[in-house]
Design a binder for this molecule. Sequence first.
Ligand SMILES: [Mn+2]
Length: 437
Amino acid sequence: MGEHAFSDSEYLSRQSEFLEQLPEDSLVLMPTNQVAYRSNDTNFPFRANSYMLYLCGWSDPGAVLMAHHDGTEWITTLFVQPRDTKAEIWEGRRVGVEGAVSGWPINQARSLDDLAEIVNSQLNSCRSVYCLTGLNSELDELVGGASQLEISDPTPILDDMRVLKSEGEIRIMQESADIASASHIAAMRASFPGIGEWQVQSVIEAQFTANKSRWSYPSIVGGGDNATILHYNSNDNEISDGELVLVDAGCEVSGYASDITRTWPVNGKFSDQQREIYELVLKAQLAGIEACQAGSVWLSMHRATSAVLAQGLIDLGILDCSVEEAIGDDMEFNGPYRNFFMHGTGHFLGLDVHDVGGGRQGDKDEGRILQPGMVLTVEPGLYFGSWRTDVEIPDRYAGIGVRIEDNVLITADGPVVLTSSCPKTIDEIEELVGNIG
Ligand SMILES: [Mn+2]
């Protein structure tokens, strides 16, 4: 059971902003996640659904938040696991129905044992249902049985709200960014030729745990060619003298993610080839951050990083064409530079590491207009996997993968880098790596 990340009034104002956009004859049903099994009777560590955390901060498994309008106002009801000493001896203490109603920003609480009876009676007196489906099979069956009702997805409304962070959310995200930043610094200091990827991972995640946090996604620690595999996370190879290591790791605080990538030479000295690629990615990343201006379209930052990377690939002799040809279509980015930069420039960040609110809705969309309060990542990269067979990899750069990722808050006065305490210039990195202080 978690502490409350926000004041009751912040949760209540989120609830009313959401509910006031719905017809009064509708029923809202927002379940959280269930416990997931890892092996036999061992569970994965539980993590609540982000919409549940957003609306009321309830962090225990299985709960359902319901809202209905009584003719005068919206009433929220939280269904929770009831107190049960025998179960609590094994699974941990429960807040229970009385604890939920007295301690959480909701109007009433009920036992999950009464879910079917109460939801069924509400379904009989409403005309439409806003339900988050796919998380709670009992709820899905109840709602599916009410075939006369129109079922709607509540997430577009909530996503529009979640994409704009409050001052309280930004404070928590800064804390999450600070912990992740300190973790990367610790991993740089601990690095040496021959270190295992798993050992770098353990330094990072020890910092998370020491700060009462945990990873927001499995840490990626790729040495040498492994840095060219975007979602590599087996982290089970040694990193040789002369190789770069790419670390993409972030933590969460009260559910809010940070997401940092840094790339450094394990021996503390960039080779000429590594330096050429690193400086190019860094130049692109700085251009991407500069493009994070309120009023710009989402795609601006990708256009900015793409222009720098394409020009750089030409200057280094890796591509032999114009910048326009290298990038390809201005919306689809299908030119040959994509062979070496094959992902997007960033994503929204929040309760989900790839947060809701989506950058672009398809190839023809320039994406949302950036607004103060949005938080996103800027993370261009270049990847020259020597193992690849789909494209010719220049010998000089074979085995190099570089990505640099920061977390950026949009403000009226320009971008604010929440992860600015994590070093990224070549001089700073060479000073830190292997420097156990
Ligand atoms: Mn990211």
